[in-house]
Ligand binder design. Structure first.
Ligand SMILES: Nc1nc2c(c(=O)[nH]1)N[C@H]1C(S)=C(S)[C@@H](COP(=O)(O)O)O[C@H]1N2
Ligand SMILES: [Mo]
Length: 327
């Protein structure tokens, strides 16, 4: 059991966001998993990716006062969205198609105990309990932009583990070319799954190169708290350079396969939602432009960035394909 009572701190209000708050909440997060004080874990945090706060938490001796340069922003300097915004405007069709209703409907979702089966074209198939995911793997803070295909976006301070490290544990075979993800099927808890129109369970997929990329994480929390139900408790994918629908929630299966897997959205509307789904301002959705977006909490619109602003890190993955054909 993950001891929820260890999370005594209340979510940080947007008016109170400071580096110290994020830092404290991160300490709280690690403490709850019993890994605080394990210097080796903390030192393994990647300093380059996401928040600079991560690198400053290199040891348990780090003072509570943060250097001037550490801000609760993404690497482009944009502030993180408030906890309230991130947890009250959600796409999670298993609960509702109304973004403002998901939080209420998902409130009592029981996500413990939880297991994730990692199998398929691997040497060592394994089933990981949530506790294993939290304790065996470094939980890093990653402040990422999330760009929904519907043309709104947020900046979210995730906590999570590297998907590459998890896959390393099961030892993919060289024949594994894609990774397939599946959300839990639980119509008793998820009213949306009683609606026949959608081909449940929600499924997603990545190429093996995308899955192994250092930006790709399995997120286990946000704002230093375990993942709220509406954001995909207890563990969901986050692939920040792709449209939000690729970041599948409440994962129970991760399968290594040698074929391009079906995804829920490409099954429903293949001409609108492709397998790649890279954020691309030059490739419009058939029914609307993708050139700009509405950042939640901001007036007006901002320009959408190629690969959601992560081109330097990921563009090389797509050197050999035409992004118009492979949308
Ligand atoms: N299982 C599942 N995962 C899902 C969805 C969903 O409906 N079901 N919606 C996706 C979409 S469209 C987006 S934009 C993001 C939203 O994540 P958030 O609610 O944490 O912001 O989750 C994605 N993951
Ligand atoms: Mo989305």
């Amino acid at each position: 059991m993950v001891d929820q009572s260890l999370f005594k701190s209340v979510p940080v209000k947007s008016s109170e966001i400071t580096p110290q708050h994020l830092f404290r909440s991160r300490r709280q997060f690690l403490k709850s998993m019993g890994v605080l004080g394990a210097g080796a874990f903390l030192a393994a945090c990647s300093p380059k990716i996401g928040s600079q706060a991560t690198s400053s938490v290199a040891s348990k001796e780090t003072p509570m006062v943060e250097p001037e340069s550490t801000m609760a922003t993404d690497e482009l300097g944009d502030p993180v969205n408030s906890y309230h915004e991130i947890t009250n405007y959600n796409n999670y069709y298993e609960f509702s198609t109304d973004k403002r209703e998901v939080a209420v409907l998902a409130k009592d979702f029981k996500s413990s105990p939880w297991e994730v089966e990692v199998f398929g074209l691997v040497n060592k198939p394994q089933t990981f309990g949530l506790e294993d995911l939290l304790k065996k793997f470094t939980q890093e803070e990653r402040i990422y932009r999330l760009r929904c295909v519907e043309a709104w976006s947020m900046v979210i301070p995730w906590m999570g583990l590297s998907l590459a490290k998890l896959l390393g544990e099961v030892e993919p075979l060289s024949s594994a070319r894609y990774v397939r993800f599946e959300t839990i099927m639980d119509p008793e808890q998820m009213p949306g799954q009683k609606q026949g129109f959608y081909p449940w369970p929600y499924q997603e997929g990545l190429t093996i190169e995308e899955a192994m990329h250092e930006l790709t994480i399995l997120a286990t929390g946000l704002y230093g708290e375990l993942m709220p139900p509406q954001n995909g408790a207890p563990v969901r994918l986050v692939v920040p350079w792709k449209y939000g629908f690729k970041s599948i929630k409440s994962i129970v299966k991760i399968e290594l396969v040698d074929y391009q897997p079906d995804t829920m959205w490409s099954t429903i509307a293949p001409n609108e939602y492709g397998f790649y789904a890279n954020v691309n301002p030059a490739v419009d959705h058939p029914r609307w432009s993708q050139a700009s977006e509405r950042r939640i909490g901001e007036a007006g619109r901002r320009k959408t960035l190629l690969f959601n602003g992560y081109a330097e890190e990921v563009a090389h993955l797509y050197n050999d394909i035409d992004l118009r054909d492979f949308y």
